[in-house]
Design a protein around this ligand. Structure first.
Ligand SMILES: N[C@@H]1O[C@H](COP(=O)(O)O)[C@@H](O)[C@H]1O
Length: 202
C-alpha cells in the first residue's frame, strides 16, 4: 500500500509509522511526506531518502487553491492512501473529494468527544477522567468522519496538556498502524457505511 503522510509539526506519529513500515511484512510503504509549512517532521522523511514536499498555506490566496495545489503535489506520488498525521489545517471540500475515501486522520480524543484543533486541551478543561485516541475517515466536517478505530486513555489528576498528549500518542500510533495494516489487507473498509459499523464504541 503506497501511503502519503501529511503533517504540520514534529511528526512523532509519522516517525512511528515509518518504523512500522520497516517491520518485515508490514503491508505499507510511506512514499512521500508533505506539509503545509516547513515542518520539522519532514526531516524524518529526508533522513530516509523519502520525498518531502511543502505546499505553503500562506502562499495561496485561499484555502481551496491551497487544497488544489496540495492535491496536485500528492498525486505525483500515486498514493493508495493519504494519512493526515498532525496536519493542522482543515482540508477544503475539493481536496477531500479528490482524496476520499482513501483519506484518514488521527485525532487525540475519543470522537465524537472533543473534536477540533485542541482535543487534548478541551478534554483537560472539561475535567473528564478519561479521553482517548481515534482514527477516522476524513469528510468535509471537523473530525466528523466515520470512526475506523478508537481507544480510551485515562486522564490523571496531575496531568497537563503535555503529559496527557504524551499518554495519548502511543495509542494513536498503534491504532494508526493497525488501521493502515487493515486497509492494506482488506479487513478495514474505506466506505463510510461499512466503516461506521466497524468501530463500535466500547
Ligand atoms: N493532531 C494531532 O497532533 C499530534 C501530532 O503530533 P506529531 O506527530 O506531530 O508529533 C497528534 O496527536 C495528532 O493527532
Amino acid at each position: 500500500l503506497r501511503v502519503v503522510v501529511l503533517i504540520s509539526g514534529g511528526g512523532s506519529n509519522l516517525a512511528a509509522l515509518l518504523g512500522e513500515c520497516d517491520a518485515p511484512g508490514f503491508p505499507a510503504e510511506v512514499v512521500a511526506v508533505g506539509a503545509d509549512r516547513d515542518a520539522v517532521g519532514l526531516d524524518h522523511a529526508r533522513a530516509r531518502g523519502i520525498p518531502a514536499f511543502v505546499v505553503p498555506f500562506a502562499a495561496h490566496p485561499d484555502r481551496e487553491s491551497w487544497g488544489d495545489a496540495l492535491v496536485a503535489a500528492v498525486a505525483v506520488h500515486e498514493p493508495d492512501l493519504v494519512v493526515l498525521s498532525g496536519l493542522m489545517r482543515l482540508l477544503p471540500p475539493r481536496a477531500v473529494d479528490a482524496f476520499a475515501p482513501r483519506l484518514i486522520n488521527t485525532h487525540p480524543a475519543y470522537l465524537p468527544e472533543f473534536p477540533g484543533a485542541h482535543g487534548v486541551r478541551d478534554a483537560l478543561a472539561a475535567g473528564v477522567t478519561e479521553t482517548g485516541a481515534s482514527v477516522i475517515l476524513v469528510d468535509t466536517g471537523v473530525d466528523t468522519g466515520a470512526i475506523l478505530a478508537q481507544e480510551r486513555v485515562p486522564v490523571l489528576p496531575d496531568d497537563d496538556e503535555a503529559t496527557l498528549h504524551d499518554r495519548i500518542k502511543p495509542v494513536e500510533r498503534r491504532l494508526l498502524a493497525d488501521v493502515v495494516r487493515g486497509i492494506a489487507d482488506g479487513t478495514i473498509a474505506l466506505d463510510p457505511i461499512a466503516a461506521s459499523s466497524h468501530a463500535q464504541p466500547d
